[in-house]
Ligand binder design. Structure first.
Ligand SMILES: Nc1ncnc2c1ncn2[C@@H]1O[C@H](COP(=O)(O)OP(=O)(O)OP(=O)(O)O)[C@@H](O)[C@H]1O
Length: 627
């Protein structure tokens, strides 16, 4: 039995969110078409239209004020300095001061309004994507790696900051400033402007090409980073296995490989970025020289005043700066659009409850579970279950036994409605599980797995996980029944003790008791038990059995059984082999049949070796044998 039901068997992580849409991790992603992205961007804008329009107005004021300084320089030089109109000076200074102040205030207001909104949106999208991913079917998790999902939730949404945040407004602002500057420049000197402008245009084309090279590098960086982080999380989480197999070195090599790929990626983008800086410096030099040359000649010819020349150079910088900015913001915007597209791709995945079919609300269950000729396959053409047909009556226990890979966990996954059968039906209290609203069903389901899943929180939080609204009395009672109180009270901080990630600070038996307390608190109608294969000492074993006995009472229980005591107590045992039920009945009946069950039971002969034996059970059996 797998440690977690329905957990991925293969390393499916390298496969995509949607196989037909998204290529694997490091590969280049196709750019989403504009036709597709525009409605998505519009959907972001629509609810905050007022804010966006207001910001644009603010931005126009902001940019207009920014142009007062260069525009006033001509009057300062020509009128005040050359022609001694000193009465103009205070007016010029007052205008520049006022404009600068308004510019400062509007810049502040803009960044406050937009950056705040951008960050709020990121938070909102993260919540939305996480919640959505949480509601996706188990197959989705089988298909996608944890690291990739984490980056979907945390990184992909970051880009929207550039759309709603300052990015788009800056983009339009830059466009506006550059256009105004261009008009002023043409008015000052058409010849000079057309010449410099053509050089700048060539430069802009080069820049755009450079960004085109860099863009996929950035995109790849996200994918590589997700992969490396994913693997790192796995190897840190599995540190005991890593150390147990002395695999520190090979893990270090895997990580070093990932880091190297990241480095290569960063270096290649750095190179391109440096080339861009180099070429922009050179272009600025050429344009500067050209303007000096032409300006000098225009002045000598009497077509340009000194003030006009200074104004010209100032406006020129006002045109060049936004042009460079435009190209880089343009890249950010396409990045953001690609991220938004990926986010929407996840949000478009159908949740488990989606579709019109899952409508049936279940009331409190009696717990009658029937498999009616169920066949199932994970992958097309590779059937795993064939014609499974059985009834589990309310309050009874069904033990599943059989060799590894025979299909026991898959049967349990179908009971949990993690998957839906391709043929036949799984019927609970007369309702086909395929039609059931999952929340109304799963809330009545309890699972106790051999690998207990504990959060890095306190003991109390971990017990309350199954029913957060339970009263103190209720959870304490559950802990008492499951004998959690016995060991917790020995901890100095009692129930407030942090159990550590995956509960490593607790022993295996303690973890199991905690997980039983959790299930007792949940009070499920249907209980799934995956018995631990590992042996505990007989004292812990006895305590756990006691808890389980309480837990199973009155509930329909499915247990992937490894303990003889559970199997003997079961109301029915299903012997599963190669996806079919080979034998069924109670322990004595099956033994008497002398078939597969008998074989499994006696295969290892020596009572101590028996595969169904838990500590202490061997003695009982030997006594029976003697009798
Ligand atoms: N998510 C999955 N995708 C594809 N195949 C799967 C998946 N999970 C299980 N299988 C396959 O289905 C078959 C039955 O597996 P299952 O986990 O149900 O067996 P099991 O009886 O519980 O085995 P074990 O006792 O070893 O856990 C196996 O051949 C397994 O490889």
């Amino acid at each position: 039995m797998s440690s977690s039901l329905g957990a991925p068997r293969m390393h499916a992580g390298d496969r995509p969110i949607r196989s037909h849409k998204t290529p694997p991790g490091g590969e280049k992603r196709p750019k989403p078409p504009l036709k597709k992205v525009l409605p998505q961007v519009w959907a972001l804008f629509r609810p905050r239209l007022g804010l966006v329009v207001g910001s644009f107005l603010l931005m126009i004021v902001n940019r207009a004020c920014g142009l007062v300084l260069p525009a006033s320089s001509r009057y300062l030089i020509d009128n005040v300095m050359y022609h001694g109109q000193s009465s103009l000076l205070p007016k010029i200074i007052a205008m520049v001061a006022a404009a600068t102040m308004i510019q400062g205030i509007t810049t502040y207001a803009l960044s406050q309004l937009l950056s705040t909104e951008g960050q709020k949106l990121i938070a909102e999208l993260r919540r939305k994507v996480q919640e959505h991913i949480g509601r996706l079917p188990v197959e989705f998790y089988d298909r996608n790696r944890t690291g990739v999902l984490v980056s979907r939730i945390m990184t992909d949404v970051e880009g929207v900051r550039n759309i709603i945040g300052t990015g788009l407004v800056e983009f339009v602002g830059g466009l506006l400033t550059a256009s105004i500057a261009f008009v002023v420049l043409i008015r000052l000197s058409t010849r000079m402007t057309l010449l410099t402008f053509s050089i700048l245009l060539i430069f802009a084309v080069i820049l755009m090409r450079a960004f085109k090279t860099i863009r996929p590098i950035f995109r790849q960086r996200g994918a590589i980073s997700a992969e490396v982080t994913g693997r790192l999380t796995e190897s840190l989480g599995g540190v005991r296995v890593v150390k147990g197999y002395h695999a520190e070195e090979s893990e270090a090599n895997v990580f070093a490989g990932g880091v190297q790929r990241l480095l290569t990626n960063v270096l290649s983008s750095l190179r391109a970025q440096s080339m861009m800086t180099l070429s922009s410096t050179m272009v600025l030099g050429v344009v500067g020289g050209l303007v000096m040359y032409l300006g000098g000649r225009e002045h000598t010819a009497g077509r340009l005043t000194v003030g006009g020349y200074v104004e010209y150079t100032m406006f020129l910088t006002f045109m060049i700066a936004p042009m460079v900015q435009l190209v880089s913001i343009g890249t950010q915007l396409t990045e953001a659009a690609a991220g938004l597209d990926r986010t929407n791709e996840v949000l478009a995945e159908l949740t488990e409850d989606a579709g019109s079919k899952r409508k049936a609300e279940l009331g409190t269950l009696r717990g009658d579970v029937r498999f009616e000729h169920v066949s199932f396959e994970y992958e097309e053409g590779k059937p795993v279950l064939h014609d499974i047909d059985f009834v589990a009556r309310p309050g009874t226990s069904t033990a599943l036994v059989g060799s590894s890979g025979s299909g026991k966990s898959t049967i349990i996954s179908l009971v949990c409605a993690f998957h839906t059968a391709q043929q036949g039906r799984v019927v609970v209290d007369g309702v086909d599980l395929a039609d059931v609203k999952l929340s109304s069903y799963r809330s009545q389901l309890g699972v106790v797995l051999q690998e207990t899943f504990l959060f890095d929180g306190t003991v109390r939080e971990n017990v309350l996980f199954s029913r957060p609204e339970a009263t103190e009395e209720q959870w304490r009672e559950a802990c008492r029944i499951a004998r959690v109180d016995e060991f917790v009270e020995r901890f100095p901080e009692g129930y407030e003790t942090i159990v550590g990630e995956r509960g490593v600070k607790l022993s295996g038996g303690q973890r199991q008791r905690l997980s039983i307390a959790r299930a007792i608190l949940a009070d499920p109608r249907i209980l799934i038990l995956d018995e631990a294969t590992s042996s505990l000492d007989s004292e812990s074993e006895a305590l756990i059995q006691e808890g389980l006995n309480y837990l199973m009472r009155g509930r329909t229980t499915f247990v992937i059984a490894h303990r003889l005591s559970t199997i003997r107590r079961a109301d029915q045992i299903l012997v599963v082999e190669q996806g079919r039920i080979r034998e069924r009945g109670r322990h004595e009946e099956l033994l008497a049949m002398g078939g597969r069950y008998y074989e499994l039971y006696t295969r290892q002969h020596g009572v101590e070796m028996n595969m169904f034996l838990a500590p202490g059970e061997g003695d009982k059996l030997e006594e029976e044998a003697k009798a």
